[in-house]
Design a protein around this ligand. Structure first.
Ligand SMILES: Nc1nc2c(ncn2[C@@H]2O[C@H](COP(=O)(O)OP(=O)(O)OP(=O)(O)O)[C@@H](O)[C@H]2O)c(=O)[nH]1
Ligand SMILES: [Mg+2]
Length: 239
């Protein structure tokens, strides 16, 4: 709990067996619920997660084996967010990179600004590689030009929001494109209730990346443009 608010943590998870136990055990106590959504791991992740679930009442392990182009990151978030029961939902990778221990400060800042959805920006941060910075800056610019939305970190995988906001997010993307979609939709449908908050990248990634940076970057650029065209054509859901 933070104040009188019940806090859920949603984590997508694939092939993270080596560090999953430590990652879950180090989740701060103020999280009342951890919803871990596993998807087609080829290692022992699901078994490790289930055995942790037996010992930790606050952990719920779900399985969602849907993928789009082999990726289930977006489906995992859609399932996890739908299952979460908290007043506040925090989404973050389960690779240790996001500073989930800073949620009380971030939540306070979000609520003081009168916001209901915050995306957490890792930029500027000198520890982030030039390759990542160039990619994110290009996508930030594309989103600014096409949607009028100024972001520092269009690909952040950490968001904090009130449960009431969920119907407005209109999430559909099953792959990595859920990441730009959640920000673009939250901004579009929440307006003034949307904000971006700076965070520091907690630490380097634990375990192996699931990311193919160039492929994903190009797909993001195409999705962001196509989504705007669909919006102009009136093909996207409205409020
Ligand atoms: N459920 C599910 N989770 C996934 C899938 N792919 C990746 N993940 C998880 O989603 C999160 C993000 O994946 P990462 O490999 O960290 O990708 P990234 O954050 O873009 O890149 P790095 O942190 O630099 O490796 C991690 O918690 C992964 O375990 C998937 O297909 N399904
Ligand atoms: Mg990651």
């Amino acid at each position: 709990m933070i104040g009188n608010l019940y806090i859920s943590l949603v984590m997508p998870c694939r092939n993270e067996e080596a560090h999953l136990g430590n990652t879950i055990k180090s989740v701060p106590d103020f999280f009342d619920e951890i919803v871990l959504v596993e998807n087609r791991s080829t290692d022992d992740t699901y078994r490790v997660a289930k055995s942790l679930e037996n010992r930790m009442p606050k952990l719920r392990v779900l399985k969602d084996d849907r993928t789009h182009g082999g990726i289930g990151y977006g489906y995992a978030h859609i399932t996890g967010i739908g299952a979460a029961t908290g007043d506040i939902i925090v989404c973050a990778d389960c690779d240790g990179t996001y500073p989930i221990e800073d949620v009380p400060r971030l939540l306070r800042s979000m609520l003081e600004q009168g916001c209901a959805f915050a995306t957490c920006s890792r930029y500027p941060d000198s520890s982030i590689t030039l390759k990542h910075r160039l990619g994110v800056t290009t996508l930030n610019l594309e989103i600014l030009v096409l949607y009028g939305l100024k972001l520092c970190d269009s690909l952040s995988g950490m968001w904090i929001f009130l449960k009431d906001v969920i119907p407005r997010l209109k999430l559909t993307e099953g792959d990595w494109n859920l990441s730009p979609q959640i920000k673009i939709n939250a901004h579009k449908h929440c307006g003034e209730l949307f904000c971006e908050l700076p965070v520091r990248q907690a630490r380097g990634r634990l375990g192996q990346t699931k990311q193919s940076y160039w492929r994903t970057g190009i797909r993001h650029a195409m999705w962001i443009a196509c989504n705007r065209v669909h919006e102009r054509q009136g093909l996207l859901p409205t409020d």
